[in-house]
Design a protein around this ligand. Structure first.
Ligand code: MLT
Length: 203
């Protein structure tokens, strides 16, 4: 699997980086340094191609997901992450995820399938991956969601619904709204940094 690893030195945290449609394993590396300078970062490229653009799962049309494939690729992602953690001797670390758009969507699917895996999830512009799902307890998960009030891809109600599901099943959720669209803003990076610092230093 195509990936990029950045290991700054001795530290407790590993952040898995999941890009948006058409992105790659390098996309979120610089941004992630603002979230945490010291954490190890692993970017993983989605293995699905849509007109040559890497993604983490197939979609039938914009916003309509191929759920069977999403589940299959969620399991692939779990195996890939475990393989990488073993290969780089990172299995004893605290594992986090940072995803943007398509990457944030598979991150939520991952959280619903493997609820004890990620300590914090930083989700930039996520959608609700499943309309119906047999949700497990999500207790112990710390979720940061950045959303745009004028996001043309993610309706506001979906962000609210996603946050409510995380909350209902026991996760701690912080939602940061910008007045902009689907893009990651400097202010949302700063909020995500504060969230991550609080969660990793105090607990
Ligand atoms: C998706 O397909 O995951 C969402 O529509 C976000 C995106 O455009 O990648």
């Amino acid at each position: 699997m195509i990936h990029h690893v950045y290991i700054p030195g001795s530290n407790e945290d590993v952040i898995i980086l999941l890009h948006g449609t058409g992105g790659n394993e390098h996309d979120l590396v610089s941004l992630s340094h603002y979230i945490s300078k010291d954490a190890t970062k692993i970017g993983i490229r989605g293995r699905i191609l849509e007109n040559g653009m890497p993604r983490y799962f197939k979609r039938l049309s914009p916003g309509v997901f191929d759920l069977e494939n999403l589940i299959e690729e969620t399991h692939w992602l779990k195996e890939s992450i475990e393989y990488l953690l073993n290969s780089y001797q990172l299995t004893t670390k605290r594992i986090h995820v940072l995803g943007y758009s398509n990457g944030a969507n598979i991150a939520s699917s991952f959280n619903f399938h493997y609820p004890q895996f990620f300590y914090t999830s930083i989700l930039f512009h996520p959608m609700l991956p499943f309309e119906q799902f047999d949700y497990p307890s999500l207790k112990g998960q710390h979720i940061f969601i950045a959303a745009g009030k004028n996001d043309p891809i993610v309706p506001n109600e979906q962000t609210i619904q996603l946050a409510q599901i995380y909350q209902k099943y026991g996760a701690e959720v912080v939602v940061y709204w910008s007045s902009l669209g689907h893009q990651i803003t400097q202010a949302s990076i700063l909020e995500a940094h504060q969230f991550f610092t609080k969660k990793t230093l105090s607990e």
